[in-house]
Write a protein that binds this ligand. Structure first.
Ligand code: MN
Length: 262
């Protein structure tokens, strides 16, 4: 638990992402953060690491490349970046806040478990720094509406850092694929579910030599039974804000498991 509100003007903010150091969403997040405070640091992967999840590089060395004052790239994952930033680059004064993103594409429903954007915020949270993940939903083959995220970020960061959130909790924010002026408000949501599997999910094809190969992809559809989810809010044009809890224990199964195993 941290003592709210975070005084943003005096705060040290660390920014990372999974789209890489040159990603437009990272530049937008940095620009917004610099509008809120002077002490902003960027430590991000040197290449795209989307869907890298919460992976940590343990079997090979990591290099930190200092690009300029306050800008570093790392040849690793988002998790590596946040860990190196907090425990090494900023060890004299750890950040007060970690901001991850803005990811190119939503992190909704089960995407959260694959997301490098959310993982960077997870790592910050595990290292006791309040952390927020931001994603901008877009439609393939259409320009990403970065102006939507940029317009709504300052107020969102101010409001989220004005309340306390418990230890092991991070916040996952998704901006819908709408113009900034056409947003249908902000909703506090829970993680939704999409139907996974079915014939569209896995593409089985043959290479020129007749050997099969597999491509994971296809469109997933929201479970329309579910209300109050991140998927529903974003489909209806609202900004979705989901608190995520890093204690993955499912208490509901403990009594019957104890019984079965006694
Ligand atoms: Mn990404």
């Amino acid at each position: 638990m941290f003592d709210p509100p975070i005084d943003l003007a005096k705060a040290r903010i660390l920014i990372s992402n999974d789209d890489g150091i040159d990603a437009p969403g990272l530049k937008i997040l940095e620009k917004v953060a610099r509008g809120l405070c002077d002490d902003v640091w960027v430590v991000a992967p040197d290449a795209e690491q989307s869907a890298s999840s919460h992976s940590l590089t343990l079997r090979s060395p990591l290099r930190i490349n200092k690009l300029s004052d306050h800008h570093y790239s790392v040849d690793g994952t988002p998790t590596d970046c946040v860990l190196l930033a907090i425990t090494h680059i900023l060890k004299d004064r750890p950040p007060d806040l970690v901001l991850s993103g803005v990811n190119r594409g939503g992190n909704l429903g089960e995407d959260i478990t694959y997301s490098g954007t959310v993982a960077a915020a997870m790592e910050g949270t595990l290292l006791n720094v309040p952390s927020i993940a931001f994603s901008q939903i877009y439609t393939p083959d259409q320009p990403v509406k970065w102006a939507t995220a940029e317009h709504h970020l300052p107020d969102m960061i101010r409001r989220l850092t004005s309340v306390a959130w418990a230890k092991h909790v991070l916040i996952n924010v998704n901006f819908p694929d709408r113009l900034a002026a056409e947003i249908e408000g902000v909703r506090v949501t829970r993680q939704g579910r999409r139907k996974i599997g079915g014939q569209n999910m896995l593409h089985v094809r043959k290479d020129p030599r007749g050997v099969p190969y597999y491509w994971i992809g296809g469109v997933r559809h929201r479970d329309h039974e579910e209300t109050g989810s991140d998927l529903e809010a974003s489909a209806e044009g609202a900004i979705s804000v989901t608190p995520l809890y890093l204690d993955l224990t499912y208490d509901g199964l403990m009594p019957s498991l104890r019984k079965a195993l006694s």
